[in-house]
Design a protein. Structure first.
Length: 360
């Protein structure tokens, strides 16, 4: 699937925020400051080895760039050897540049939490020390509130028996890491894979969260799909069609539960994130897991929109608009015909027990 927005950055940047104006320092350019144009926000996140936090964001639609580096310290231009030896007060971190009209800060954090053990105060897996401790560095009060709420929800989820120790602290400094650390998963795939497995991170993630995988879902053939769907369901999911506003099953559904793809069954949205948009279609502030969605440019009606499709079922689900309520400001305007609703009391029976905390 084609990414919605791409950013062409020839260098890696250092963030220096003041008075609401974002400026960045071009690596290797001394004190030269350059402005990055376009609509974007930045999330600064630490969760152990930055290779393993950078990689999961690279394939997410709406993410423009991910930079590995060092955040939160005082020394100018720290090096990897200084940070990794614990001789500074920096943490290995990443900065995620993202388009808020395509993906929200809240969704960025939903991905972030699934990449490490947030109950481990000593570091991350076999990387020990303060330089590997997890942290969210917020840029403004809105990010702070979203981060604190996200952490509280995770603490109350029952997923972890221990306390969530991830620090939420104000952003101060960030320096990009050396060039060979950037896109490490891509440039050194074998070593990256062995490191992730050997450190125990892979097993932890799969054991706690699982990984979205095509093998978990049975995708019928096109002929089978046509037989299993009603005419309107096939028209919407396979022909990118629409349905009548205020005349579809879920636009006013107030029952607790989750909405899954009508073809693949992959989880899409929770009733907890559903809101009354007044459009006559089911609307949500964010998905259950952004990794289950693909977002592509849609210029089919003479205007530029962001189409939302399911990752594995490849169903047309609807569009996402930047006119929704706080905290995401997004409105996922979905089509009832593309989804199946699983009531909360039926989720365990249907195999969606691990998503109950997303509803409660």
């Amino acid at each position: 699937m084609k990414k919605v927005f791409l950013i062409n950055m020839l260098f890696i940047f250092l963030i220096a925020c003041s008075d609401g104006n974002t400026q960045v320092m071009e690596k290797g350019s001394g004190d030269k400051l350059v402005n990055i144009e376009g609509n974007y926000e930045i999330a600064t996140l630490a969760g152990g080895c930055f290779w393993c936090i950078e990689a999961p964001f690279e394939s997410i639609d709406g993410v423009l760039k991910v930079v590995s580096g060092y955040a939160g310290g005082k020394k100018e231009n720290p090096t990897y050897s200084e940070v990794s030896s614990g001789n500074t007060d920096y943490k290995e971190s990443v900065q995620v540049y993202f388009d808020p009209e395509v993906i929200s800060y809240s969704e960025i954090l939903d991905i972030y939490w699934k990449q490490f053990d947030p109950t481990d105060k000593g570091g991350s897996f076999h990387d020990r020390g303060s330089q590997y401790e997890s942290a969210i560095f917020y840029n403004n009060e809105k990010q702070k509130q979203i981060a604190e709420n996200s952490k509280m929800i995770l603490e109350n989820s029952g997923i972890f028996s221990g306390k969530i120790v991830t620090e939420i602290t104000k952003f101060t400094t960030f320096y990009p890491a050396e060039d060979y650390h950037q896109d490490y998963y891509k440039n050194n795939p074998m070593h990256y894979s062995n490191y992730k497995k050997g450190s125990g991170r892979d097993a932890f993630i799969k054991g706690v969260w699982g990984e979205p995988d095509l093998s978990d879902y049975d995708i019928p053939s096109e002929d089978e799909i046509k037989k299993m769907l009603t005419d309107i369901q096939y028209y919407v999911t396979r022909k990118n069609g629409t349905e009548r506003a205020f005349d579809n099953p879920y636009w006013d559904n107030k029952e607790s539960g989750i909405y899954v793809d009508i073809i693949s069954g992959e989880p899409l949205f929770s009733s907890k994130d559903k809101f009354k948009s007044g459009t006559g279609w089911p609307s949500f502030t964010k998905p259950i897991d952004p990794r289950f969605l693909n977002k592509v440019e849609d210029n089919s009606v003479g205007m530029s929109r962001v189409e939302v499709r399911s990752r594995f079922g490849d169903s047309h689900l609807g569009h996402v608009f930047y006119d929704g309520p706080e905290p995401t400001n997004l409105r996922y305007c979905m089509k009832s015909a593309s989804m199946k609703f699983i009531p909360k009391d039926k989720m365990k029976e249907a195999g969606y027990e691990k998503y109950l905390w997303k509803v409660e």
